[in-house]
Ligand binder design. Sequence first.
Ligand SMILES: [Mg+2]
Length: 362
Amino acid sequence: MSHATPLHRRVPILAHLDLDAFFAAVEELENPELRDRPLVVGGDPHGRGVVSTANYAARKFGIHSAMSAAEALRRCPSAVFVRPRHALYRQYSRVVWDTVGEIVPRIERTGIDEGYLDLGTVAPDFTRARAVVSAIQTAVRATTSLTCSLGVGTSKVVCKIGSDRRKPGGVTVVPPGTEAAFLAPLAVRLLPGVGPRAEARLRTAGVETIGALAVLANTDLKAVLPGSIGTLLRDRARGIDPRDLELAGEPVSVSAEDTFAHDVSERALLHDEIRRLAQLVSERLQNSGLSGRTVTAKLRYGDFSIRTRSKTLAAAVDEADVIGAVACGLLDRGLRDRPGALRLVGVGVSSLSSYRQLTLEP
Ligand SMILES: [Mg+2]
């Protein structure tokens, strides 16, 4: 068994996806006459209502979320005000996330219109991650006509800030090693976790940018933001954010299979294919931070009948050579039980666990 500690994984490739002016965009789709007009989804502008979402035409008048609807009306008397239709937004949201989930399986939804994606499960590097992100935007537009913006980076904090940089319909990729430089010039209030109070304290201390927070000395930091929140925010200002995605449900298995152009009975060829599939499964496991105890080989014969053989190991594995060796043994066992030429072979790993649970959270 070779090298398999989780300590030297490649850097995470994460993304934050945010739908653009979601509620307003849905209302525009449902009622195209509203398009290009200042539109405010929210409460009663003649009462105590609050703006949920303003479309981009309304934002030109300085209208934004959480502003009072009365103030929005003052800023733009010609704006159209509509009440939110949450059931409708949930329907759109479901289609969006189903669409995204078909491209990237590992998703943490953090709201009806936003969430984090683990692009490392589908893209080996940041160049390919950019292509995946374009594919997501295209697919979301195709299924819902909605646009979204994404930030791609090595950590949640960088992705979250990145997705907001080029709205609407924008993509911001922050390659590994450039996190601190990307964050440095931005206003400190843009850092998630810096609320109005922290912002005011930082401003009083002369800290206006994320970069200024990043270089704040320990004693100054303790005076401005006492306790663990100070060091947490300064770490984030430096682009240091070890939070993993929090998943509703991890996949129950990771598998790969391949159909031959013609039925194969030569054992060496079958073993070669099993080892190649084990390599794919291993990469997917490692990219997802998963390992599993049960290895399965799948055999499909020329008559399309399917047999599977499984073995549960004492410890969880994610290494290609181990998975391959076990799966080759299982293939041999399957062929001993029922000899014949195979049309397809597959390798799977289940009984998964996430080694990332072992990493310390801040
Ligand atoms: Mg949004």
